[in-house]
Design a protein around this ligand. Structure first.
Ligand SMILES: Cc1cc2nc3c(=O)[nH]c(=O)nc-3n(C[C@H](O)[C@H](O)[C@H](O)COP(=O)(O)OP(=O)(O)OC[C@H]3O[C@@H](n4cnc5c(N)ncnc54)[C@H](O)[C@@H]3O)c2cc1C
Ligand SMILES: *[C@@H]1O[C@H](CO)[C@@H](O)[C@H](O)[C@H]1NC(C)=O
Ligand SMILES: *[C@@H]1O[C@H](CO)[C@@H](O)[C@H](O)[C@H]1NC(C)=O
Length: 508
């Protein structure tokens, strides 16, 4: 090709690209400034930019792997993040996103088309400080890394139940853990946050010195800053007992009955935890996957946890290291490799309505049947609802540890956190899948008040949404009872709206 021809070719390419939307001039300038300030730590797209390509694929949901940021920053320290934030402040039109593990499936939360991504790829690891009896944990990597490192010292921190899940996002969003009934939510155990604030300053937020800010940071995602290290209270533990079991529909009634019991009484044995995952597949196939955890080498022989184990199945939960259990729990999910959504709903435990789990699962099956049967059968892979018991006890513990943004208290009711999840293949089906998720929660908006009224329970029970399981359009912070207080605080530390208007995630 001659010079002019190749120029024309390049112009054609650029022209074609700009139809899709290019990074703005300001974004390109910001990326150049970032490259100059942080040499070797900023990736841009291009021919054979393999590390950039690799970074764009580090998302659990495949729908996020097709997003192309203008550049990706890989900080090594709080100072690097601070430098990046100061540069972003100079370019007020540039959008950006922070990513730790990349497990949040919501578009725009931890990656951004044509914007700047700050990826915690190099900020990984955990360290136990025996003198203080606390752990220092970095936001990158996965729970597998954190737990196996801390286990060498006989400790863990409350965190993910599937080892492959990301660390930073989970700890900032509340955090359901197998240790909740002993330690409260994962974020309740964080007592220090090394944080880059909106103006680029590095602040060590301390739960004792800044109790309001600490409470706010437990369940506000990235709305108060970028966290580069967590200081956490630890849980001492030895070998645990657990594993996951798959059940076919013939065991459904038995399992729902035990689940109902467990939710009401499970807190009486705080060492016990479960995840109850109700799955629907094509051709009407329905399975249950129950994850078991007991914080002791041997499980109890009576009570609701023991009743679960008595429901026959081919599986064999065993005594093992906590890290081994978490690793195995994550393995099946790692293979999923699909587009995904999360959508959450918080319901009270309604003692008079043991049939509610089946009612919810049946609604899920009804709304997804058609999608699941579009040929080829692999177009939609699977939908599920998880019933996650959230007993009053969690609030009691949370309150003693200083409270969190979700506003749990000692007078909370027993609740169940639902997460609806879907896995499908084609972007053409995104609207269909998201529509199903919204129909499910709209249906719950209608029926749950009726269930509560029929059961003679109070109508205004506090049912905040759980951030880590939510879809981007759900009003998570707006469901928090101290919404106004935290919104004011957010505005104080972020007067120009760096996090609230320019970065991804749920907002006040
Ligand atoms: C297979 C699977 C299992 C799960 N299991 C659990 C579970 O057991 N318990 C539970 O509570 N949740 C669970 N979740 C949900 C999970 O907590 C959220 O998806 C969470 O966001 C994952 O953390 P991450 O670091 O991967 O987040 P990312 O996707 O990296 O980020 C999520 C959000 O947090 C922000 N963020 C991330 N890191 C930082 C930081 N360092 N500073 C400021 N903001 C930041 C991002 O900007 C984004 O808005 C699970 C999710 C999956 C996919
Ligand atoms: C759908 O996803 C599954 C699981 O990842 C994969 O094996 C299959 O090839 C995909 N099908 C299509 C049509 O993309
Ligand atoms: C930056 O923000 C922090 C937190 O809001 C504040 O304490 C600090 O004084 C600010 N620094 C400057 C230089 O404005």
């Amino acid at each position: 090709m001659g010079k002019s021809a190749s120029l024309a070719f390049v112009t054609l390419l650029l022209g074609a690209q700009s139809v899709l939307g290019d990074p703005s001039e300001a974004t390109n300038k910001a990326c150049t400034d970032l490259k100059n300030a942080l040499p070797g730590k900023v990736l841009t797209p291009g021919f054979l930019q393999l590390e950039y390509e690799y970074e764009t694929q580090q998302y659990w949901a495949t729908n996020l792997r097709e997003v192309d940021p203008a550049c990706i920053v890989q900080p090594n320290s709080a100072q690097d993040v601070s430098d990046a934030v100061k540069i972003l402040n100079k370019y007020p039109t540039v959008q950006f996103a922070t990513r730790s593990g990349g497990h949040d499936p919501n578009k725009g939360h931890s990656t951004v088309q044509d914007g700047v991504v700050i990826a915690m790829t190099d900020l990984v690891g955990a360290r136990y400080d025996a003198e203080e009896d606390v752990a220092y944990v970095k936001p990158g990597g996965e729970w597998n890394d954190v737990i196996s490192e801390l286990e060498k010292s006989g400790v863990a921190i409350a965190g993910g139940r599937l080892g492959l899940v990301g660390v930073g996002g989970l700890l900032l969003g509340g955090g359901l853990s197998f240790l909740n009934a002993q330690e409260g939510l994962a974020s309740d155990n964080i007592i220090g946050w090394e944080t880059v604030m909106a103006n680029g300053s590095i602040v060590n937020v301390d739960a004792k010195k800044h109790p309001d800010l600490a409470q706010a940071m437990r369940g506000s995602g990235g709305q108060f800053g970028i966290v580069t290290q967590f200081k956490a209270k630890v849980h001492h533990l030895g070998n645990v007992w657990g594993g996951s079991c798959v059940y076919d529909e013939s065991k459904a009634d038995q399992l729902y009955a035990v689940l109902h019991d467990f939710t009401a009484q499970g807190a009486q044995d705080p060492k016990a935890a479960i995840i109850f995952s109700d799955l629907v597949f094509a051709a009407g196939v329905k399975l249950k996957l129950v994850f078991y955890f007991y914080d002791n080498p041997t499980p109890p022989t009576s009570g609701p946890f023991a009743d679960f184990i008595k429901v026959s199945s081919a599986c064999k939960p065993t005594t093992q290291k906590y890290s081994e259990l978490l690793k195995k729990n994550g393995d099946p999910v790692g293979l999923l490799n699909a587009r995904s959504f999360f959508r959450t709903y918080t319901i009270p435990h309604i003692p008079a309505r043991p049939q509610m789990y089946k009612e919810i699962r049946d609604k899920l099956a009804e709304l997804t049947t058609q999608f699941l049967s579009i040929p080829p059968l692999i177009r939609a892979i699977q939908f599920s609802v998880d019933f996650q018991p959230f007993p009053a006890l969690f609030g009691k513990i949370s309150a003693t540890k200083g409270g969190n943004a979700m506003g749990l208290t000692a007078s909370d009711p027993d609740r169940i956190i639902l997460i609806f999840q879907g896995a499908w293949n084609l972007s053409d089906d995104d609207d269909l899948a998201h529509g199903i998720a919204r129909q499910l929660t709209s249906w719950l908006d209608e029926v749950v008040p009726k269930w509560i009224a029929e059961a003679g329970m109070p109508e205004n029970m506090y049912m905040p949404l759980f951030l880590n399981d939510a879809m981007w359009d759900q009003p998570v912070m707006q469901s928090y009872k101290d919404y106004n207080k935290f919104k004011t605080l957010q505005k104080q530390v972020d007067p120009d709206g760096l996090w609230s208007t320019r970065a991804g995630g749920f907002k006040y």
